[in-house]
Design a protein around this ligand. Structure first.
Ligand SMILES: C[S@@+](CC[C@H](N)C(=O)[O-])C[C@H]1O[C@@H](n2cnc3c(N)ncnc32)[C@H](O)[C@@H]1O
Length: 304
C-alpha cells in the first residue's frame, strides 16, 4: 500500500475538471492519478507513466475502471513529454510529478532500495535494463564515488566512506553496502539521519540519473501546458527541490535586451506564474500518520 502524500493539496493545485487532459509522470500506485480521473469525470483523460514496469502493471490494473480515459505506459519522466505529444496530450490542463520512491519499491527487498532490507544491491527504477547500484559501485573509481557521495548525498567524509566501500568490493547486497558504510561512519549523537540513508540516496540518484532527468523534464512539461494549465511537483530532498525552484524561476522570468539605441525588447517572455512562493509542506497530522511525507515539498506553477 502506498499512501499518496499531500493528496488534498495536489488536487487543490491541479483543480481537475471534466474534460481536462492530465499527465501523471510518476504513477507509483496511482493514488493521485485515480483522484485526478475521478475529479475530471466523466470525460477527463490522463496519461500516466512510470519507469518501473511493476508500477505500470499495478496501475494498469488499478486504472482499468476508467477505461479509455486512462492510458498507462512505461517511460522515464523526461521522455514522457515526447510520448504525450505522440498520444495527443498537447495543451494539457495539469501535470503531476511526485518524485522519489513508492512504498512498494521501498518495501520490496528484491529492489535493493532500502538498507533496512537485505536484497540485491539494485536500485534501478527500470530494472529491465542499465547498470544496477552494485555494477556501479564495483566499477567506479574512488574519486568519482566520493564525488557522488558528496554531491548527491551530502555525506560527511565522502573520501573515507568511498574508501571503505572500495575496500569492501565486490559488493552484492544492500547489507554489504550498509556494513561498509557503518564500519567507518557511525551515527553521531543527536544525529537524526543514518549515514547509510545518505549513501543509499546518492547511489539511487546516480543509478537512475535522477537530477538530469528532472532538470530536463521541467521545461518540457511547461511547454506542454495550455494557458491556465498547471504543473505540480513534489520533491523529497533539497537537491530535487532546488532544481524545481530554479526551473520555475527561470520560466517565470522574462528577459529583455537593449538593441543599439532603441528601446529594450523582450527576448524571452515569461511562461508561467509561480503559485507557491514557498513550497507547500504536509500538515503535522499528515507527517505523523505518514512519516514518508515528512520531507515532501510541493511547488506549483501556472502557464500564462
Ligand atoms: C512517490 S511514487 C509516486 C506515488 C504516486 N503519486 C501515488 O499516488 O501512488 C514515485 C514513482 O515515480 C517513479 N519515478 C521516480 N523517478 C522517476 C523518473 N525519473 N522517471 C520515471 N519514473 C520515476 C518511481 O518509480 C515511483 O513509482
Amino acid at each position: 500500500m502506498h499512501v499518496p502524500v499531500l493528496y488534498t493539496e495536489v488536487l487543490e493545485a491541479l483543480q481537475p475538471k471534466p474534460g481536462g487532459a492530465f499527465i501523471d509522470a510518476t504513477l507509483g500506485g496511482a493514488g493521485h492519478a485515480s483522484a485526478i480521473l475521478q475529479a475530471s469525470g466523466p470525460d477527463g483523460r490522463l496519461l500516466g507513466t512510470d519507469a518501473d514496469i511493476a508500477a505500470v502493471a499495478r496501475c494498469t490494473e488499478r486504472l482499468r475502471e476508467f477505461g479509455s480515459r486512462a492510458i498507462v505506459r512505461q517511460s522515464w519522466l523526461n521522455e514522457t513529454p515526447t510520448l504525450a505529444t505522440e498520444l495527443g496530450f498537447t495543451k494539457v490542463d495539469g501535470v503531476l510529478m511526485d518524485l522519489g520512491l513508492s512504498s512498494f519499491q521501498l518495501d520490496e527487498a528484491e529492489r535493493g532500495f532500502s538498507f533496512m532490507r537485505e536484497g540485491p544491491l539494485d536500485m534501478r527504477f527500470d530494472n529491465t535494463k542499465g547498470m544496477s547500484a552494485a555494477d556501479w559501485v564495483n566499477a567506479a573509481d574512488m574519486p568519482s564515488m566520493a564525488q557522488a557521495l558528496r554531491d548527491y548525498g551530502d555525506v560527511a567524509n565522502p573520501m573515507r566512506v568511498a574508501e571503505a566501500i572500495y575496500k569492501a568490493r565486490p559488493l552484492k547486497t544492500t547489507h554489504d553496502l550498509r556494513q561498509a558504510v557503518l564500519s567507518i561512519a557511525r551515527m553521531g549523537r543527536g544525529s537524526r539521519i543514518n549515514p547509510a540513508t545518505l549513501v543509499f540516496q546518492a547511489l539511487r540518484i546516480v543509478v537512475n540519473d535522477e537530477l538530469r532527468r528532472l532538470s530536463e523534464a521541467v521545461p518540457k512539461y511547461i511547454d506542454l501546458l495550455k494557458s491556465g494549465g498547471r504543473l505540480a511537483i513534489i520533491s523529497f530532498h533539497s537537491l530535487e527541490d532546488g532544481i524545481v525552484k530554479r526551473s520555475f524561476r527561470d520560466a517565470a522570468e522574462s528577459e529583455s535586451a537593449q538593441f543599439g539605441f532603441g528601446d529594450a525588447q523582450a527576448v524571452r517572455e515569461a511562461k508561467v506564474h509561480i503559485l507557491t512562493k514557498k513550497p507547500i509542506q504536509p500538515t503535522e497530522a499528515e507527517s505523523r500518520d505518514n512519516p514518508r511525507a515528512r520531507s515532501a515539498r510541493l511547488r506549483v506553477v501556472q502557464r500564462i
